[in-house]
Design a protein around this ligand. Structure first.
Ligand code: AMP
Length: 399
């Protein structure tokens, strides 16, 4: 029985999942929150049992100790279900990491060197890798990069029309994100449709609080909406997505915004939150349907941008075989899916209203039987994808 521990280490949180790979079954999962604050929160789930406690977590090393304590006290015991490898989520792999990579000191240094490209993420990811390597000394650690799936994008899709020397010196280009999810979902869509992955053209719409679209041609990402950072592209919960960069000059010159304030404004105070006052699509939809004008406008802008990208990616793929929805909104919002796919029959996209409105566990199809483009809802599972890639990278057998 091969068990993989998946670790997602953020700046103030540590999420983990212990997965048995033969049956791809989650044995336990947990979350250590508010690392570095006076009062941290620790949650652990094992089977039906959920435990929670408040305790101070000063840093990532202490967060790992809390995780180990959870396994020891609430199970499963890591002696009985010992992990054969640890898989780590890392956001930015730059042009250095094209695939999952077994960690050694040199890999750690390279991840560190990429921190300027993802200041909010890579440092925290690395802190998790280092802490985990101190705890699990005798098993391989594998880093799985959010950007790796997009390294197949052609230059035409990944270059910005910026001064070439500046772009090269500062490594400014489109790297994309959510790659682990786009890969998992497009692969699961192909399996569900009984089509070879290397022949299927899919547009994946990963729509959660963060959101991105990806055009996947035969298992290769050829276009994605997030850019050098996860700020570009679709309208998100709190992020603007695409915006004229001159807006930043304007706000700086006219309103005195500093770089940090602009960063905060665009990343945390904009998107649906900025437009409507809330970033929860359930609330926005309810309010819009009840006649609230700001919510209606917010939803319109949100949907408009998604249709813009979907149209572009159908062209990039010269027509798609499938559209796959995932993420909290993509998997749950009947209304957003309906509005985005409205009036696309001429493109071969025909939504079945009844199927769209049905609540179904797992992958399900929401297009009509006659629809040329199959439309699917595919619950994403980034942890499982990280575990699969981790095992593959180590060469350890699944069973
Ligand atoms: P994620 O980041 O993928 O976890 O997605 C979180 C977002 O999913 C939340 O902010 C909600 O806006 C959205 N969401 C969750 N459930 C629903 C639902 N039933 N209908 C619409 N949106 C939902």
């Amino acid at each position: 029985m091969s068990v993989v521990l998946v670790v997602n280490s953020g700046s103030s949180s540590l999420k983990y999942q212990l997965i048995e790979m033969a049956q791809e079954r989650t044995l336990a999962s947990g979350l250590v929150e508010r690392i570095g604050e006076a009062s941290g929160n620790v949650v652990h789930r094992h089977g039906e049992e959920k435990t929670e406690r408040a305790v101070e977590i000063v840093d990532h090393d202490v967060a790992f100790e809390a995780m180990l304590e959870n396994f020891a006290q609430h199970g499963p015991s890591l002696e009985e279900a010992p992990p054969v490898a640890v898989g780590h989520r890392v956001v930015q792999g730059g042009r250095r990491f094209f695939e999952p990579t077994i960690v050694d000191d040199a890999v750690e240094r390279d991840i560190e060197e990429l921190i300027p490209l993802a200041p909010l993420h890579n440092g925290a990811n690395l802190a998790g890798v280092r802490a985990a390597r101190r705890v699990f000394r005798s098993i391989p650690h594998v880093t799985v990069f959010d950007t790796a799936f997009h390294t197949t994008m052609p230059d035409s899709a990944s270059y910005y029309a910026l001064d070439h020397d500046v772009a090269t010196k500062y490594r400014v280009r489109k790297y994309g994100a959510h790659g682990t999810s786009h890969k998992f979902v497009s692969e699961a869509a192909a399996a569900h449709l009984g089509r070879p992955y290397d022949q299927l053209r899919t547009v994946v719409l990963h729509i959660g609080n963060g959101a991105s679209a990806c055009a996947v041609d035969g298992g290769r990402s050829v276009e994605t909406s997030m850019g050098m950072t996860p700020l570009e592209g679709l309208v998100m919960g709190t992020r603007t997505g695409d915006i004229d960069p001159a807006v930043l000059f304007h706000l700086h010159r006219k309103a005195g915004y500093s770089v940090d304030q602009l960063d905060e404004l665009l990343n945390r105070k904009s998107g649906l939150l900025g437009l409507t006052g809330t970033n929860d699509v359930r609330d926005v939809t309810e309010r819009a349907l009840a006649g609230d004008q700001r919510a209606a406008l917010g939803l319109d802008v949100y949907v408009h941008r998604m249709r813009h990208y979907l149209g572009a990616y159908l062209v990039a793929l010269a027509g798609a075989d499938a559209i796959a929805w995932c993420g909290g909104v993509g998997e749950n919002s009947v209304e957003v899916r309906r509005r985005v796919l409205e009036g696309m029959e001429w493109l071969g996209v025909e939504l079945d209203e009844a199927r769209n409105a049905e609540r179904v566990e797992g992958i399900h199809e929401i297009s009509t039987d006659a629809s040329r483009v199959r439309v699917l809802v595919v619950p994403t599972d980034e942890e499982l994808e990280i575990a699969r890639q981790t095992l593959q990278a180590t060469g350890i057998a699944v069973g």
